[in-house]
Write a protein that binds this ligand. Structure first.
Ligand code: GTP
Ligand code: MG
Length: 323
């Protein structure tokens, strides 16, 4: 059977290989992705972000369990922009989600940093498309929320959960990173720790003072109890599920879903332009050593970046060398 057909049938090996080939930018990978594209766009994508160690994987694991109870198939993509090796990310996350690795309805993959040229958002988008083509009902994207790269990744999602932990100074951190604006649901994790009430109060007042047009979604806050008290933890996870489902319904009814899909499409075009134009040019300039000399010239004020960029654009676009 053809690789793409196998992926539509949910074949784990073919999907894993394609994700890896896309990551490695092997020439045969992109045509396959193009073929798959028409089979994507039907999954519900949930983003989970928060500080390192906030308990995102623990929560993802619990959500997988809830979705499986509803007979939904689940894809999970753990993206770790801070780790140079996907091995590290895989290890921690796999351990956390071990109970689901034998489950055929669950597919878990990790991505790590893409090196100097960025492109992590594009790699994440590609991997998500493969999971969509596999027919996963729900895809959970876990990413450490710190900088712009992670915010870009989270824009692949329809609903975004921001995980906060009491007593970590997260409040200030997250607001700085602009995470407040992207949160659809807040989860206060490790609510067994001191400072939970205070964090909840601060967040509530912050949310109630921010002006919102009538009828718009006000992000709810769910305090996830203690992981080590399973009964309460399961109950709270169910509450979180309800909020996610409420948000999904809101997206549909308000027409926001279409807007988000449009924003996502625009981002995908941006990522693709980057991959098709900017990356090959930069790669060639790096290989030939030209980037280094241009950098020196600009640094020494012998040239300005625009003139250099225009000259490069003229040269590459005319020669058609980039494809
Ligand atoms: N006390 C307490 N610890 C928890 C709770 N939930 C998770 N943890 C612990 O917090 C640690 C980090 O959990 P993870 O789920 O790996 O966190 P993460 O956000 O995925 O971490 P990274 O992916 O490394 O950023 C683990 O040792 C968990 O056992 C909780 O409710 N209470
Ligand atoms: Mg994790």
């Amino acid at each position: 059977m053809e690789t793409t057909k196998k992926i539509y049938a949910g074949d784990v090996r073919s999907a894993s290989r394609l994700i890896r080939d896309l990551e490695d930018k092997l020439p045969q990978a992109r045509p396959r992705l193009k073929q798959l594209f028409q089979h994507t766009g039907k999954s519900f994508i949930i983003g989970i972000t928060g500080a390192p160690g906030a308990g995102k994987s623990t929560l993802t694991n619990a959500l997988i369990g809830e979705f499986r109870k509803l007979n939904k198939t689940v894809g999970v993509l753990a993206v770790d922009p801070t780790s140079p090796f996907s091995g590290g990310a895989i290890l921690g996350d796999r351990v956390r989600m071990l109970q689901h690795t034998e489950d055929e309805g669950v597919f878990i993959r990790s991505l790590a940093t893409r090196g100097a040229l960025g492109g992590l958002s594009q790699a994440a988008g590609d991997a998500i498309h493969v999971m969509e083509a596999m027919g996963k009902d729900v895809i959970i994207v876990e990413t450490v929320g710190i900088g712009q790269q992670e915010l870009d990744i989270i824009h692949h999602a329809h609903s975004v959960i921001v995980v906060l932990v009491p007593g970590m100074g997260d409040e200030i951190q997250t607001m700085k990173a602009g995470i407040m604006e992207i949160a659809d649901v807040f989860a206060i994790n490790k609510a067994d720790r001191p400072g939970t009430k205070q964090l909840q109060t601060e967040l509530t007042s912050l949310l109630s003072t921010s002006p919102l047009p009538t009828g718009s979604w006000r992000p709810p806050i769910v305090s996830i109890g203690n992981l080590y008290e399973p009964a309460g933890f399961v109950e709270k996870t169910a509450e979180l599920m309800q909020k996610i489902s409420d948000h999904h319904a809101h997206l549909l009814i308000s027409g926001q879903l279409a807007l988000r899909m449009e924003r996502k499409a625009l981002m995908e075009i941006n990522d693709a332009l980057r991959a098709c134009i900017l990356e090959p040019i930069l790669n060639q300039l790096i290989e030939s050593g030209e980037l280094k000399s241009i950098t020196q010239r600009v640094k020494n004020r012998e040239a300005d970046p625009y003139t250099e960029a225009e000259a490069i654009a003229r040269r590459f676009l005319k020669s058609g060398e980039i494809l």
